[in-house]
Every structure is written in structure tokens, then in C-alpha cells.
Design a protein around this ligand. Structure first.
Ligand SMILES: *Cc1c(COP(=O)(O)O)cnc(C)c1O
Length: 336
């Protein structure tokens, strides 16, 4: 019996076709700027996002870090969601390595930032304060697409105050597929955009940071400083190219499977799911308190991997079929 892994969309394994293009990739030394496959990936990603240039980095964390280090200097500040990856889950890298101060504030339920509150947090030009330089948004957040128009409103705000705008688009292509809007359109309001190749797109490693050419030149410097200059990384970039060329439209299957999973679990006694909040590949389930502890272990006995949490987040991806979703719903039903 195969294992169904709903812990994250990072768990996908490269399939035979992806492995083939990796094995056959033409490579060079990317620190010397002569790996043609890395160049091809960077151009492809930048083109899809409507940006001038791209930078292949080892992870989404490194991508956001390079963006922070490029947009902000020591003593500068970025405004960011309290629950956003670029604040909460990146080890305080901007502060640790760049002397950059975060100014977090709570995200709204739908992933927006209250821009009136953001405006009040922008510091006046006065040497008592850090210099506010950057605003960061995320799309998708908790599997939800940033509401249309919010990025444009954020753009207007940063223009008014001379700030920059960065998007952590780790799952931007899920938003693209769900909204039916091209990636370049969703990316347009932002100065810089980071995308992950190793989430729903199914590549084993890597992210791409995109933005204006001079910004990427500077970010390339920071990538080297943080130890992210890679050599024959065309092997990895080839997987990224394959992911961008073949795994974007199929994200719709993951979304349909998440919808099925949500609807199935909503029928299971003891599971509470807001089906209408499921937009892309994530389902959040609230479980009875007396079952929360034992459930992950009991599910694992039935070949189902979940990450404990309340609510419990379940993620669909390339390696989860509609049959797997049925099996998952059955397993929850039997245990609960
Ligand atoms: C996964 C993720 C990242 C990057 O994470 P890495 O594990 O460093 O690749 C950034 N932002 C969001 C929203 C993510 O989900």
C-alpha cells in the first residue's frame, strides 16, 4: 500500500521525465555565469512574471532573504504580516544577517494587510526611527488567493511613501490557476517577486527571485554572501524548467482534490471543515480535542501522513491522486 503524504506540497518526488531532463541538462559553473540551463530557468521565470531578470536560489527562504538584503540596509525596516513566512518562518534572517528590523502586524483573515494600519506604521523621516523601506505581501496565504485589487492598493500606498513592494509568491502559481489571471498580471504591482519551484510545482529544490535587472544584480551579490552561489546547478534548474513548463496547469487537479477532500471530511463526524474557504491546495480541519493527539499516529498506521496541528492543515499535490483522497477520507472516518 503506497503512502499518502498530506503534510505539505514540498514532499513531491521528481518523476521519470523530470529526472531525465535533470540527467541530460547542459551545465557549467553558475558562479562564473556560464551554466546555460540556469540562465534559461532565470529567463523563463522572469518572462512568466513579467520581470526583467531572475535569480535561481536554493530555497524560498534564501530568495526572500536576498530580497530583504537588497531592498533594505542596516537600520532599515520592512512591514510584514505577523503570520507571514517572511516574518515568522525564516529564522529572523533579515535581522540576523542584515540588521533589518521587521515591523509585523496581524494579517487579515483573507491574507490582506489592513493598509490603513500599514500607513500608520510607516515611520516619519526622523532619526529616532528606523527607515521604513519595504512592504511584503504573500500570495497564496494559507491556501487562499490574495483578494483582487489588494496588491494594486498596496502599490498605491508604497508609491505615496517611496517604499518598495515585495511578494513572497511561494505558491503564486496556485493563485494564477485559481484566479485565471496570468502570473505577470499578479506580479505586476510588485518590485520583486519570489516563487518556489519545490512546492506544488514539484521540483526537488529551488526558488527564483525576479525583479528589475539592477535589483537582481545586487541580489546575486547577496546570494553569494549568504552561501548560495551554486556551481553545476543546471541539474537543478532543469527540474525547475520542467516544472514551469509542465506542472502549472495541472495545479487545478490539486485544487479539485483539495475540494474533494474538504467535502469528504465535512461528512465525517468529528471533522469540522469550512469547505467554502478552500480555494487552492490546502484544507484546514478542526478535530475533537480528545482525538487530536492520537490521530496522526493512527492515520500513519493506515498509510496516511499528516502534520499535527490545530486546525490540522492537509495539503494536496502532484503525488496525491483522487483515489488517495478517497482513501484519506475513509481513514479519517474509520478512526473518528
Ligand atoms: C515554503 C515557503 C517559503 C520558502 O520556504 P523554503 O522551505 O525555504 O523553500 C516561503 N514562503 C512561503 C509562504 C512558503 O510557504
Amino acid at each position: 500500500m503506497s503512502v499518502i503524504d498530506l503534510r505539505s506540497d514540498t514532499v513531491t518526488r521528481p518523476g521519470p521525465e523530470m529526472r531525465r531532463v535533470m540527467a541530460e541538462a547542459e551545465v557549467g559553473d553558475d558562479v562564473f555565469r556560464d551554466d546555460p540551463t540556469v540562465d534559461r530557468l532565470e529567463e523563463l521565470a522572469a518572462g512568466m512574471l513579467g520581470k526583467e531578470a531572475g535569480l535561481f536560489v536554493s530555497s524560498g527562504t534564501q530568495s526572500n532573504l536576498c530580497a530583504l538584503l537588497t531592498h533594505c540596509s542596516r537600520g532599515d525596516e520592512y512591514i510584514v504580516g505577523q503570520q507571514a513566512h517572511t516574518y515568522l518562518y525564516e529564522g529572523g534572517g533579515g535581522a540576523a544577517l542584515g540588521g533589518i528590523q521587521p515591523q509585523p502586524l496581524d494579517l487579515e483573515e483573507d491574507g490582506r494587510l489592513d493598509l490603513k494600519k500599514v500607513e500608520r506604521l510607516i515611520k516619519p523621516d526622523d532619526y529616532h526611527f528606523a527607515r521604513t523601506r519595504l512592504l511584503c505581501l504573500e500570495n497564496t496565504t494559507n491556501g487562499r488567493v490574495l483578494p483582487a485589487g489588494h496588491a494594486d492598493d498596496a502599490r498605491a500606498l508604497v508609491e505615496k511613501h517611496g517604499l518598495r513592494l515585495h511578494l513572497d509568491g511561494a505558491r503564486l502559481f496556485n493563485a494564477v490557476v485559481k484566479s485565471g489571471r496570468p502570473a505577470a498580471e499578479l506580479a505586476a504591482p510588485f518590485d520583486s517577486v519570489s516563487i518556489c519551484l519545490s512546492k506544488g510545482l514539484g521540483a526537488p529544490v529551488g526558488s527564483v527571485l525576479t525583479g528589475p535587472a539592477d535589483f537582481i544584480t545586487e541580489a546575486r551579490r547577496w546570494r553569494k554572501v549568504v552561501g548560495g552561489g551554486m556551481r553545476q546547478s543546471g541539474l537543478l534548474a532543469a527540474a525547475g524548467i520542467h516544472a514551469l513548463e509542465h506542472h502549472v496547469e495541472r495545479l487545478a487537479d490539486d485544487h479539485a482534490n483539495a475540494q474533494r477532500l474538504a467535502e469528504g471530511l465535512a461528512q465525517v463526524e468529528g471533522c469540522e471543515v469550512d469547505v467554502e474557504l478552500v480555494q487552492t491546495n490546502m484544507v484546514y480541519v478542526r478535530l475533537p480535542e480528545q482525538k487530536r493527539q492520537e490521530l496522526p499516529g493512527r492515520l500513519e498506521e493506515r498509510g496516511l501522513l499528516v502534520y499535527p496541528g490545530h486546525p490540522m492543515r492537509l495539503v494536496t499535490h502532484l503525488d496525491v491522486s483522487s483515489g488517495d483522497v478517497e482513501r484519506a477520507v475513509e481513514a479519517f472516518g474509520e478512526i473518528l
